[in-house]
Design a binder for this molecule. Structure first.
Ligand code: PLP
Length: 399
């Protein structure tokens, strides 16, 4: 018999499974609101002009493709630190932060998870309820028992901050807490800056291990503004981890460009932690790929290209915001009585619309519009040609 004869079929990834079903749908007017990818007004994933310019220069330079250091390129890691903590950050200058170039934000979460699991084998890990669906799987795969802390309030379609704070305050010391630094996925509901201050305080008081996930830096208010939570943790003097990603804000999804940054107590401690995390990486994928990180570094380190990037990122952010307003206006125009204005308050690519699984099913069956069963939709998949159609479909299923 085959050595694989007893292998069972694994369940499909819920979101990627949605995309497969979407591809098989033959209706011309179909819309995929499931996947978390930015598309332009033509429904295409953009190749940013700043990326195109940096790639051209890189190809023309004809560089050799040697191995990178285990932790990735020093110039890339420095650029990530500046972007997260600020150009003249004290904690960077003092050598307290170490950064690893990883395979996307997912790779950063997994390397950080693997390391923390070795360091604190008894600790549990907590994600928000709800959270990005891969959080649980990645950290369970690292060996953690994953539980949730309260986060979302379906009544207000915002965060339930008192419940979140109470949950954090009840966690035992050295629990790992995964926090969405901005543009919460899947709800789109963020907490305020003063509430972040209380989160930092709760983490400090309880000796928690904060693990910030920032996958949408620049999609709420701007790349600098969106680091507010990261910088509050930095200013607190605590130790913490940050998983960051250039998948979305550079539109480099398939290049797998991310980073894990770890803030330690001092330079000497940083060197010890660095040596251990390198072992985790070395025995996993050895060292990261060259291309994507080099392109991002070239853009961030060139004043001209960086300005261009900020402009292109602002345009993506603005287009999503326009689509949020457009959808809400069109729902109202279609006579929907329910107030959907919360969609314009939520941030990033997603909205928890409050659509039920039955609504979502009808949208798919009757209109060829695909959304996640939870009612999460990706606003970045809307455009000037399909927003009317989507609004009418929602209006039909909710009335
Ligand atoms: N974290 C969150 C909350 C995300 O939504 C995503 C991507 O969807 C990631 C991490 C991972 O991003 P990457 O594609 O860079 O691995």
């Amino acid at each position: 018999a085959s050595i694989f004869a007893n292998v069972e079929m694994a369940p499909r990834d819920p979101i990627l499974g949605l995309t497969e079903a979407f591809k098989d749908d033959t209706r011309a007017e179909k819309v995929n609101l499931g996947v978390g990818v930015y598309q332009d007004d033509n429904g295409k994933i953009p190749l940013l002009e700043c990326v195109k310019a940096a790639e051209k220069a890189r190809v023309e330079a004809g560089l050799p493709r040697g191995y990178q250091p285990i932790e990735g390129a020093a110039a890339y890691n420095a650029a990530v630190q500046n972007l997260l903590f600020g150009d003249d950050a004290e904690l960077v200058k003092s050598g307290r932060v170490i950064t690893f170039e990883t395979l996307g934000g997912t790779g950063a979460l997994k390397v950080g998870g693997d390391y923390l699991r070795r360091l604190y084998p008894e600790a549990k890990l907590y994600i928000s309820d709800p959270s990005w669906e891969n959080h649980r799987a990645v950290f369970e795969n690292a060996g953690f028992t994953v539980e949730t802390y309260a986060y979302y309030d379906p009544a207000t379609r915002g965060a339930n901050f008192p419940a979140m704070k109470a949950a954090l305050e009840a966690l035992p010391a050295h629990s790992v807490v995964v926090l969405h630094a901005c543009c919460h996925n899947p709800t789109g509901a963020d907490i305020s800056e003063s509430q972040w201050g209380e989160v930092v305080e709760a983490c400090r008081k309880n000796d928690l291990i904060p693990f910030l996930d920032i996958a949408y830096q620049g999609f709420a208010d701007g790349p600098e503004q969106d680091t507010a939570a990261v910088r509050m943790f930095a200013d607190s003097g605590m130790q913490f981890l940050v998983a960051s990603s250039f998948s979305k804000n550079f539109s480099l999804y398939g290049e797998r460009v991310g980073a894990l940054s770890i803030v330690t107590e001092n330079k000497e401690e940083a060197a010890r932690v660095l040596s251990q995390v390198k072992r985790v990486i070395r025995t996993n994928y050895s060292n990261p790929p060259t291309h994507g990180g080099a392109v991002v570094t070239a853009v961030l380190n060139s004043p001209e290209l960086r300005k261009q990037w900020e402009g292109e990122l602002a345009a993506m952010r603005q287009r999503i915001l326009d689509m949020r307003h457009s959808l809400v206006d069109k729902l109202k125009a279609a006579g929907v009585e329910q107030d959907f204005s919360f969609i314009t308050e939520q941030r990033g690519m997603f909205s928890y619309t409050g659509l039920t699984p039955e609504h979502v099913e009808r949208m798919r069956d009757e209109f060829g519009i695909y959304a996640v069963k939870s009612g999460r939709i990706c606003l970045a998949a809307l455009n000037s040609r399909n927003v009317d159609y989507v609004a009418k479909a929602i209006a039909t299923v909710v009335s």
